[in-house]
Design a protein around this ligand. Sequence first.
Ligand SMILES: Cc1cc2nc3c(=O)[nH]c(=O)nc-3n(C[C@H](O)[C@H](O)[C@H](O)COP(=O)(O)O)c2cc1C
Length: 268
Amino acid sequence: MPGTPNPLSDMANLKSTVVTKDERPNPSFQDTALPGFKKTVRGRRAIRIFDGNPIPEDVMRDCLRDAVLAPSASNLQSYELIWVRDDDVKKQIAGLCLDQPSVTTAGDLVVVVSRVDLWRSHLEKLVALMTEDGKKPLKGPIRDYYENIVPMLMRTDRFGFNNFFRRVMFWYKRRSEPTVNEPIRRADHRVYGHIQASLAAENLMLSLAAHGYESCPVGGIDKRAIGTLLNIPSSGEVTMVIGAGTGKPEGLFSARLRLPYDDLVREV
Ligand SMILES: Cc1cc2nc3c(=O)[nH]c(=O)nc-3n(C[C@H](O)[C@H](O)[C@H](O)COP(=O)(O)O)c2cc1C
């Protein structure tokens, strides 16, 4: 809201904010970053047949590091990226992806998982980073945000007391001012988690493309069984599996199709 200070703005003072002014987007990016970005975004396609060779480990790790740079709500990073390296587990996952060739032929597999259930431990770790392990305690609005507001939004209980509390509180507040109106229920938390996981997934696929590798996101899969296989608790959920590697020419099934721009973008 205009005029309302953003509690996260206090983070600007943190040492861990390592992106220097010159590294942040500025007009020079049009010469340096834009050509590569266009090439990457336009070159990425869903590739469904790979040559089966693994991507070099250091490349995979670099791509996964780019993936976790994705933005996330409250910076809670409520997801997990599981790089499946064990051949036997890979085979089992391929079966649970209905033997789709984008998975059976992939050199590497990453299972993208929504982990809203980890909110409390992620919050504790984040606060430890922000406070340098408690040496520089948070103050003012950012303290209120991470100590009170985030737990209020994320907390759940078996009987739905927290959901009820949020519903009443949002309703009451909205009578006098614009108010955040989710998450309330489990369904909202599920959406929340899949949003964060999907943003990381897109970063991963774009980074793979920028490194010269191809990928395919796969969602038509047995997510529950994959979750069980990977010991993901029932409160976490598989968002998608990403098959990656060197694509074969026949792995590109069609020309790129998109609805007309005006059907997807509205200017008001
Ligand atoms: C969440 C999600 C789930 C998808 N699931 C599948 C899938 O199960 N099988 C498949 O072949 N492609 C799948 N795709 C790939 C899409 O079909 C593909 O991205 C779309 O047709 C556009 O093509 P493009 O990515 O080459 O531009 C999925 C994509 C997304 C984002």
